[in-house]
Design a protein. Structure first.
Length: 107
């Protein structure tokens, strides 16, 4: 009888393990700005402050990375938040007639 009890416990532990695997955190996405030859640097800094809550100093660092390396990471978010940030930045840039591109990529 005792062995059966241990076996049930083993089965319970296995079920708990299976549930832990199912509950892994959702994939995260990097939101990035891409360099272009037309969008003013100051506008990029403004976008980083407005949509990614960066200080002016941090926004300037990211803007310079975009300028020098062709792209810069603005932040890492769950998929729905990342998609929303991309949409907001793209709409804001278009509204202000700048070709600034914002994209997301799974980490």
């Amino acid at each position: 009888m005792r062995a059966g009890g241990n076996m049930a416990k083993f089965k319970d532990d296995s079920l708990l393990e299976a549930e832990k695997v199912k509950l892994k955190p959702p994939p995260m996405y990097k939101v990035m700005l891409l360099n272009d030859d037309y969008t003013p640097m100051e506008f990029v800094v403004l976008v980083l402050q407005k949509f990614f809550s960066m200080t002016r100093e941090k926004a300037t660092q990211v803007m310079l990375m975009v300028h020098r390396e062709g792209m810069g990471v603005c932040g890492v978010y769950p998929k729905d938040i990342a998609a929303s940030k991309v949409q907001q930045v793209s709409a804001y840039a278009k509204k202000h007639q700048h070709p600034l591109q914002c994209v997301m990529e799974e980490t």
